[in-house]
Write a protein that binds this ligand. Structure first.
Ligand code: ZN
Length: 128
């Protein structure tokens, strides 16, 4: 078992996120008390400390808040902060996009099916 798989299997608060994502559904944890979404998934709302949180489908839409292109690796890649339409900002990768079209403020959408080791799917985005 990989280190990543073992880490994910021991995080009950995020288990549903990973299994839904692998099925092509992007969900965020949402607080019924303050009506705000948060990232990363937690049972207790980080905004108001309420335990009244639930999974809700997310749009998968967002904008690039900041990014960096790693060019020193054999295969260059883009790491970015994306601000989701629902409010939270998450660290992710931008894939399937020309580096020239990546810019702060550009709209992006989730790109499903980005598998890494051990069949684990990561939430990554592409420029739209
Ligand atoms: Zn809350």
């Amino acid at each position: 078992m990989s280190v990543l798989r073992e880490a994910l299997d021991h995080q009950p608060e995020t288990k549903a996120f990973w299994s839904e994502l692998a099925e092509g559904r992007f969900k965020l944890r949402h607080c019924r008390a303050c009506e705000r979404a948060h990232w990363y998934p937690r049972a207790i709302c980080p905004h108001c400390a309420s335990p009244e949180t639930e999974w809700r489908p997310a749009s998968g839409q967002g904008t690039i808040y900041s990014y960096s292109i790693a060019r020193t690796t054999a295969e260059p890649f883009v790491i970015a902060y994306v601000t989701l339409a629902e409010g939270p900002t998450m660290m992710t990768n931008i894939v399937g996009s020309d580096f020239a079209e990546i810019a702060i403020g550009k709209p992006v959408e989730i790109a499903f099916g980005h598998q890494v080791e051990d069949g684990i799917t990561l939430p990554v985005f592409r420029v739209v």
